[in-house]
Design a protein around this ligand. Sequence first.
Ligand code: PMP
Length: 388
Amino acid sequence: MTVTLDPRTLEARHGTGVYAKRPLTLVRGQEATLWDDAGRAYLDCASGQGVANVGHSHPRVVAAVQTQAATLVTCQEAVHNDVRAVYLSELAGVLPAGLDRIFLCNSGAEAVEAAIKFARASTGRPGVVAAMRGFHGRTLGALSATWEAHYREPFAPLVPEFGHVPYGNLAALEAAITDTTAAVLLEVVQGEGGVRPASEEFLRGAQRLCRERGALLLTDEVQTGFGRTGRMFACEHTGLEPDLLILGKAIAGGVPMGAVALGPRVAQMTPGTHGSTFGGNPLACAAARAVLDILREENLPAEAARKGEWLIDRLRALPHRRIREVRGRGLMVGLELRDRVAPHLAALQERGVLALPAGPSVLRLLPPLVISDAELEQVVQAVDEVLA
Ligand code: PMP
């Protein structure tokens, strides 16, 4: 018997309703191109919400996953595994100096949760100061650090001792850090909150204040990590030395993974502090090793810098009054519009380009870093047509 599966009907029936669905069914991806169920190709400027930095189904990631899947998929962290061990040392090798102890988990929000726990454990203090417009995930600890009221308010009361200051306002940050502050938690470039790069002065000031007051600086690089902004990690642009660096999304080429790296100001953790059944599983570690190889061999952070500069210049040269500002770093680009972004995203999809919102009026472009110059030109043309 042949059963025809209509994913839209089935997902509508069996999903929970927490996702507002776009009218799109994706079936396949290759490099920066995605195909829908009718065989139509799209240029991907979403990367699965910032995941596919090395492109979709990169042959090296595919081979690594296939080989590891046939060898050993699961191995709890209480037992040694050489794929995990080698990956830990390779990741430590590309992280900013001093960040050489790493906890592995399965998502960005999980990495945020772990970082908050490590900061509390290390300082013996409860407080977390985060930023307005910041986004750190939807689990209760991460949500407590996330800014948007409509994400937070239905779930109050959240975790106590969390506060928010305006992103970029050093005086407000100075006033908010007290002797009960464990952590200052910041994105280096705010992603979901509108693609907003922090100033060097703010980031360096945050680092100085943390050191003066005995708090830890936590940078959430879930969206900015692994080449996205034109450096391997966005904190490298300013020589920032975070105490805890939080990673996810692109880390394993689409296989779920998150990580937190601990610097020298963070205490050594003791058994039982934290844990995860799937964390550090060999399958994800094998995929993540391939991602590091690809980023290095294809020079993707530098490529993201070059392509991003070109893209931002081209978008800034568009003559449309509808564009209030173009900003970003590397291939993390936002167009702040004077009107709502949703209809423009739908119009871009019609023209074969998939992009993302970042708040109600920012059009966000997060293409795979392997996108070609010619494909980027097509993206600019589509944006030009849609915003005309
Ligand atoms: N931090 C940042 C900066 C993010 O952009 C996101 C996801 N958009 C998260 C944390 C949460 O990651 P995840 O969805 O994997 O839990």
